[in-house]
Design a protein around this ligand. Sequence first.
Ligand SMILES: NC(=O)c1ccc[n+]([C@@H]2O[C@H](COP(=O)([O-])OP(=O)(O)OC[C@H]3O[C@@H](n4cnc5c(N)ncnc54)[C@H](OP(=O)(O)O)[C@@H]3O)[C@@H](O)[C@H]2O)c1
Length: 281
Amino acid sequence: MKNYTLNNGVKIPVLGFGTWKAQDGEEAYQSVLAALKAGYRHIDTAAIYKNEESVGRAIKDSGIPREELFITTKLWNSKHTYEEALEAFDSSMERLGLDYLDLYLIHWPNPKPVREYGAWQKRNAEVWRAMEDLYQAGKIRAIGVSNFLPHHLEALLETARVTPAVNQIRLAPGVYQTEAVDFCRAHDILLEAWGPFGQGELFQNPAVQAIADKYGKTIAQIALAWSLQEGFLPLPKSVTPSRIASNLDCFDIELSPADLDILKNISGLEGGAPNPDGVDF
Ligand SMILES: NC(=O)c1ccc[n+]([C@@H]2O[C@H](COP(=O)([O-])OP(=O)(O)OC[C@H]3O[C@@H](n4cnc5c(N)ncnc54)[C@H](OP(=O)(O)O)[C@@H]3O)[C@@H](O)[C@H]2O)c1
C-alpha cells in the first residue's frame, strides 16, 4: 500500500482500518486479524471504542513486524488535564501492548464535559502540551486531532509547539466539510476521513450505485477511490471478512472529474457531520 507523508516526515499508509463498534473480544480480534491478513497495515482505534486490548492482541498474533504497522488511538473527552492525558496514554498503551504509538489524536475539541466549564481552549492547549511531550520523548511518532473545525485549530495553534499532523473528520461522498478541508490543506494537516461509507448510508444511494455500475465496482470501492482522489485518508470499517478484503480493491479506480464532483455533491444522506460544539458526550 502507498503512503502519504505527514508534515513531520513520517509515512502513513493511505488507507486505514476502522474499528468503531467492533466489539471487544472475538469480533474486534478477528476483524483486525482479517484486515492485517488482507493487507491493511494501518489500524484506527480509540480508548472509547473499548477494544484496544483485542486490537493489540490481533496485532501481536498477526506476526507482522511492528515497524510495518501504523497504529492510531485517541484521547477520550473526559481527560481534561496534562496529567490525565499522560495517564490515558499509558493506559491505552498498556491495553494495546505496544511500546510506542504511531499516531495519537484528541478525539473531540469541545465535548460535553468540557463545554459545561466553558474552557475548551484551555483544555485543548493543556492536553496538547502532554501529547507534545510524549511526542518529543519518542513515545509517539505523530500527534493530531479529530473533529476539529478551523476555530478549534486556530485556538490550538496559538500555543502549540507542534502543528497537528492529522485532523480526522467525517468525510464521504455527500459529506464534505469545505471550511475544515480548506484550512487543513492550507496548513499541511492531513485529512483522515471517518465514516467513508456514510456509516453505511451510502449503500442505499442510487446515484452512487449508478457510478459503481459504470466502473464495474462496488459502492464501497467507489467511495474509497473518491476519498483517495480527494487526497483524504479513508478509514473503512467492517467486521465481515469478505468486505474487509474486497474494500481494499479500490486502488486501480480512476474516477473522472465529473464523477468526483457528482460524488462530492450527492444528497440524501441523513447523518451529516456532527457539530463538535454541540455533541452530547
Ligand atoms: N474520530 C471520530 O470521531 C470517529 C467517528 C466515527 C468513526 N471513526 C473511525 O472511522 C471508522 C469508519 O467509520 P464508521 O465505522 O463509523 O463507518 P463506515 O466505515 O462509513 O461504515 C461502516 C459500515 O459499513 C458496513 N460495510 C463495510 N464495508 C461494506 C461493504 N463492502 N458492503 C456493505 N457494507 C459494508 C459495515 O458493516 P459490517 O461491519 O457489518 O461489515 C458498517 O456497518 C470507524 O470504524 C473509526 O475507526 C472515527
